[in-house]
Ligand binder design. Structure first.
Ligand code: A3P
Length: 308
């Protein structure tokens, strides 16, 4: 399968440039124009993740830290306000309309530009697609890494759940990943693009697995990075309301759920480490590791490799 032969189930995705596939819901105009002119504020908090690395979870944590004195406000947010991906919208793609999603605004214009500070700005994009001011103003930026095998399985599950992507068979999806034909491209390329910022003072590089292992310690670290000293009570409350089960329950009736999810779709799927083992065949695992090991070595990123 090559780019030219793309067909179902990729009808809801497009190449914004050769080799870089995005869901059509991530509007091309947003990327090429609005994003490039977007005004970054010094107190913005950017959140950078490969798809399915825990974006919603970390966004909720950032929101809770930013609004620790009024946590009730989190309950009023719609699903899109909870995780307002910068690249979302505008999309008038006929297939999206066929899915019943009539009008997706530019999130940058509809949510971010008019939002009061401090803002949270999540994205899965490569640095070159983001506002140039991010790299001159250097606001606090949190990067969440996750075992790429778990990300791939989770992204596969997301194709099932969201109306913004088309359903796909696992084997088909897995092959497409290896060929660089899944949304946001292959994982090693993403890590390579962001690695140059890893040790800069405005950048916090963390992992989904660390958050899972020690939520309290990780949330404390994120809060301190954002310049907030939380009390023990505040910390415990943020751990509680950002826990998997709590978020799953809270999001069952959240505003705007039907806009993003199919009726049977799930937002909080499993939330575990190592779930890929139930999906990868032995042959798929070998093929994955071969490519992963070769690319991470070629890019000088072996020290960032996951031990599976
Ligand atoms: P799984 O599909 O493996 O369950 P993203 O927000 O980047 O799309 O990532 C989605 C993944 O984060 C899903 O992984 C989801 O279940 C998991 N997740 C969401 N909220 C979580 C939480 N509070 N704790 C742990 N994992 C969470």
């Amino acid at each position: 399968m090559s780019e030219g032969e793309l067909e179902l189930p990729w009808r809801l995705s497009y190449f914004v440039e050769p080799g870089y596939l995005l869901p059509v819901i991530m509007g091309e105009d947003n990327l090429k124009n609005t994003m490039q002119k977007f005004e970054v504020r010094d107190d913005d908090v950017f959140l950078v993740t490969y798809p399915k690395a825990g974006t919603n979870w970390t966004c909720e944590i950032i929101d809770a830290i930013q609004h620790v004195d009024n946590l009730e406000v989190l309950k009023t947010r719609s699903l899109i306000e909870k995780t307002p991906l910068m690249e979302l919208g505008p999309s008038i793609h006929p297939e999206i309309i066929a899915e019943g999603v009539a009008d997706v605004p530019s999130i940058l214009e509809a949510i971010h530009a008019p939002s009061p500070s401090p803002r949270k700005l999540p994205t899965h994009l490569l640095p070159k697609f983001l506002p140039p001011q991010l790299f001159t103003k250097k606001p606090k930026t949190i990067f969440v890494d996750r075992n790429p095998k778990d990300c791939i399985v989770s992204l596969f599950g997301w194709h099932e759940s969201t109306r913004f992507l088309a359903r796909v068979e696992w084997d088909h999806f897995f092959d497409a990943y290896l060929k660089g034909l899944t949304e946001y491209g292959p994982y090693p390329e993403f890590i390579k693009a962001w690695y140059p910022y890893k040790d800069e003072p405005w950048f916090l590089w963390t992992r989904y697995e660390e958050l899972k292992k020690d939520p309290k310690g990780s949330i404390k670290k994120i809060a301190e990075f954002l310049g907030k000293n939380l009390t023990e009570e505040q910390l415990n409350e943020i751990v509680r309301i950002t826990g998997f089960e709590y978020m799953k329950k809270a999001n069952e009736n959240v505003k705007g759920r039907e806009f993003i999810l199919r009726p049977e779709g799930v937002w909080q799927r499993k939330g575990v480490v190592g779930g890929w083992k139930g999906w990868f065949t032995v042959a798929q695992n070998e093929a994955f590791e071969k490519q992963y090991n070769e690319r991470m070595k070629e890019y000088g990123l072996e020290h960032l490799k996951y031990k599976f």
